[in-house]
Design a protein around this ligand. Structure first.
Ligand code: PLP
Length: 359
């Protein structure tokens, strides 16, 4: 037998399909609407000249400013290398492989399963209902052995908010037994829907946040976990000693300054208004069967012939995210809200496709 090094990897890692990030999927284009990024780069400068020193584990200014932004105490905030690291830290800290399970509700964000599979933690999925809301009775009947429940609101890729009454019932049903994690990666686009004010009431609530979306800093890799002190203290035991580099901490602090927050809010207002324009345009297109309302910086649309639309746009350098393989999303494409001009380019391309079809 010729043993290949790949065979030395852990069994669950050999069997793992890595996260299919937009970057990995590639494409050639100039209209990138596939990764829910902010469409324009926000300039930041970096002045610290102390790179000979290790950074703080939890940079004080970043923590203080994010806590102030959310109306929390510093002890309720953990900063990490993106929200993705928060997803995994929770599993590493709270789940015994081979014993505890994590639950999530497809169609939803792909990293919950990738992280669990990497760590050999069993996953339990409960498909959402036709309106993308939780199947609460099915969830409640399968909580045995479940340690973590990941909910995404607004949900990626469907764009809906999860009904808060359902989350409240779930938090009550799991008190003392499991953590309910609300992934609020897109909450800055609809801040009134945040569950942050519930932390006082529910010791088992955890909230994930990021600077990657509304703050236009996907390349920075900076995210937050919000929870009560007991949870944060557990996570601090397993986090890397220096999760954020000095430049990242400095730029994050500046993004969270008063001026940074004001700029983020301007961007959000503009993207939200572009999204409503795009929603109307897509709904009017004969190529779409359904366009789902969204509270985030993307829209999910069901097309009558999505492979053809996806390919035709791809060939013109307009890159969308195919959702065909996501459970329940056959025929669906996810479209990130770009600049108004990028969205107009998309609509023009769709209209030309319609005309070509009719000719
Ligand atoms: C983008 C995204 C994340 C990851 O955010 P990072 O901070 O870039 O790691 C987490 N959850 C959801 C739902 C996302 O869409």
């Amino acid at each position: 037998m010729t043993g290949s090094i790949g065979q030395l990897a852990r069994k669950n890692v050999r069997e793992l399909t890595p996260y299919q990030s937009a970057r990995r999927l590639g494409g050639n284009g100039d209209v990138w609407l596939n990764a829910n990024e902010y469409p324009l780069a926000v300039p930041f400068s970096f002045t610290q000249q102390t790179l000979n020193r290790y950074p703080e584990c939890q940079p004080a200014q970043v923590i203080e400013r994010y806590a102030a932004y959310c109306g929390l105490n510093k002890e309720q905030v953990l900063v990490s290398r993106g929200a993705d690291e928060g997803i995994e830290l929770l599993m590493r800290a709270f789940c015994e492989p081979g014993q505890d399970k994590v639950m999530f509700c497809p169609p939803t964000y792909g990293m919950y399963s990738v992280s669990a599979e990497t760590l050999a933690i069993e996953t339990l999925t409960v498909r959402s209902l036709d309106d993308w809301q939780l199947n609460l009775p099915a969830i409640l009947s399968q909580l045995d052995g479940v340690k973590l429940i990941y909910l995404c609101s607004p949900n990626n890729p469907t764009g809906n908010l999860v009904n808060p009454d359902d989350i409240r019932q779930l938090l009550a049903a799991t008190a003392g037994k499991a953590l309910v994690i609300a992934d609020e990666a897109y909450i800055d686009f609809c801040p009134d829907a945040s569950l942050v004010s519930w932390l006082d009431e529910f010791p088992n609530l955890v909230i994930l946040r990021t600077l990657s979306k509304a703050f236009a800093l996907a390349g920075l890799r900076c995210g937050f976990t919000l929870a009560n002190r007991e949870v944060i203290d557990v996570l601090l035991k397993v986090i890397a000693p220096y999760p954020l580099s000095t430049p990242v901490a400095e730029i994050a602090a500046s993004a969270l300054s008063e001026q940074g927050l004001a700029e983020m809010r301007r961007h959000v207002a503009e993207l939200n208004s572009t999204r409503e324009w795009l929603l109307q345009q897509l709904q009017a297109s004969p190529l779409t069967e359904q366009v789902y309302p969204s509270h985030a910086n993307y829209l999910l649309a069901k097309f009558t012939d999505s492979p053809r639309v996806f390919r035709a746009l791809w060939d013109q350098g307009i890159i969308l995210r195919d959702q065909n393989k996501n459970p329940g999303l056959a025929g669906c494409l996810r479209i990130s809200i770009g600049t108004r001009q990028e969205c107009e380019t998309l609509i023009t391309a769709l209209n030309n496709l319609t005309l070509a079809e009719q000719a």
